[in-house]
Ligand binder design. Structure first.
Ligand code: SF4
Length: 447
């Protein structure tokens, strides 16, 4: 069989389907493909289009820009026809005007579509924010928000961090309950990986707490042995418990998880020196499991906050150290608190103090790389806590007033720099996407 090209059955079926589809055309045949994906990354034509080009070259080719509006007689579907008739860039041909007028007179759905188009155009414009870009105008609705976010609302650090990106992000996530639709992947996704690490760390450090093991150079081998046993026990049925399908390299991934955990312990032993605190509480709740919520007194009134602290270690002098694990390696410096983007540690410090602990340090530990960031011990404590409370007061005040406008906290060169799954919904995200697409298109043309 040497020299005979082997083509899979699936490829042959696809080729046949493509052949049948193109030979159905009777007058004209259009072959099209998107040049950018929804994140403005360039896309390339399929091998079928390349093959047609090779056979029929030269064939007319047209590249349509993102804002291209087809003429009514070019529209290939009802939705394209609707765009053609309603877009601000619509071609005002006599037939388009006549069709539009006829539809307006006869179709309530069409009148609604025109109104929706106006709303959308306003949302994407530079006009001041209104009820369609996050600022509620209706008095009844505002009263409902004032009640919903009143004294009984259970706030959390994640809610404040969403506000820390912008009010519209909070609105999309918490009030519209929108979620990003992601393609299912094989293997662990980031969320599952984070939960897996958290569970292993909670159980291993729980064992350290029981045996009063502080992570020092002298105790490192012992700590790593307990960590390896705990990880082995959790990893063996992780695919079932964390609901993922293991990939062919799952055994490699398990080894990598263990290597990271060992490196984390080694980094901690080095950081601690001989005077190491001893872990004593893991996943400490406040506001549930019978523990009181954190009450924060603010100019807007007292609010209730709930949450869970990953780990608390006790120092020999009786003070405590608060630790929060992060799967990612990006440091979260004190500026994130001062600028209101990440209020997790100040909330944990207030919650631990509310339960009678004296906190001398609080920091993030990054599981990838073992580094720490955002340490309370290195900041002006009063200013740090004061900034956090000011931001919280502002976010609560806005929520009660029904103001969820798109005001990004990290705004540079017309772009919001926050990672945000709602970028395709908000005006700033759409401007950025448009700019990025235009820049990519110019680059592709230049290439
Ligand atoms: S992308 Fe838009 S919704 Fe998301 S944080 Fe930035 S401005 Fe807000």
């Amino acid at each position: 069989m040497a020299g005979v090209p082997l083509v899979s059955l699936q490829t042959r079926e696809e080729t046949t389907l493509f052949y049948e589809a193109v030979t159905l055309a009777r007058k004209k045949l259009y072959l099209s493909y998107p040049t950018f994906d929804d994140k403005a990354n360039p896309l390339y034509p399929s091998p079928y289009i390349q093959s047609v080009r090779q056979v029929l070259d030269p064939i007319p080719q047209e590249i349509l820009s993102l804002n291209y509006v087809p003429a009514p007689n070019e529209s290939a579907s009802l939705s394209e026809l609707a765009v053609s008739l309603t877009s601000p860039n619509a071609r005002d041909t006599a037939s388009a005007v006549a069709l539009n007028q006829a539809l307006q007179q006869t179709s309530p759905t069409w009148r609604h579509s025109l109104f929706a188009r106006q709303v959308e155009a306003r949302r994407e414009s530079l006009m001041p924010h209104d009820e369609f870009s996050g600022v509620m105008q209706d008095a009844k609705l505002r009263a409902e928000f004032a009640a919903k976010f009143g004294a009984d609302h259970r706030w959390s650090a994640s809610q404040f961090n969403e506000w820390g990106a912008c009010g519209f992000r909070f609105f999309a996530k918490r009030l519209l309950n929108l979620e990003e639709i992601t393609e299912p992947e094989e293997g662990l996704d980031n969320l599952q990986l984070g939960s897996l690490y958290h569970e292993i760390l909670e159980q291993a450090y729980g064992e350290f707490a029981k045996r009063s093991i502080a992570v020092t150079a002298a105790a490192l081998a012992d700590a790593q042995r307990i960590m390896a046993e705990t990880a082995e026990c959790i990893l063996k049925d992780a695919p079932t418990r964390f609901a993922f399908r293991p990939t062919a390299w799952w055994s490699e991934e398990r080894g990598e998880i263990l290597r990271r955990l060992n490196a984390l312990l080694a980094a901690e032993a080095e950081r601690n020196g001989d005077n190491a605190p001893v872990p004593f509480a893991l996943e400490m709740p406040f506001g549930f499991k019978g523990k009181p919520a954190l009450n924060v007194q603010l100019p807007v009134g007292t609010i209730r906050v709930i949450g869970k602290i990953d780990r608390i270690d006790r120092v020999v002098d009786g003070t405590v150290v608060l630790i929060d694990y992060k799967t990612g390696s990006t440091p979260i410096g004190p500026a994130e608190v001062i600028q209101g983007r990440n209020l997790q540690l100040p909330i944990y410090v207030l919650a631990a103090e509310g339960q009678g602990h004296r906190v001398t340090a609080a920091f993030f530990v990054h599981i990838r790389g073992g580094k720490t960031s955002g340490n309370l011990a290195k900041v002006d404590r009063a200013g740090w806590l004061g900034s956090a409370k000011e931001h919280i007061n502002r976010y609560v005040g806005f929520a009660r007033a029904g103001n969820f406008s798109v005001e990004p906290n990290q705004f540079e060169n017309g772009t919001c720099n926050a990672y945000c799954e709602f970028a395709s919904l908000c005006r700033v995200g759409r401007w950025s996407l448009k700019n990025k697409t235009q820049a990519s298109a110019q680059k592709a043309t230049a290439d």
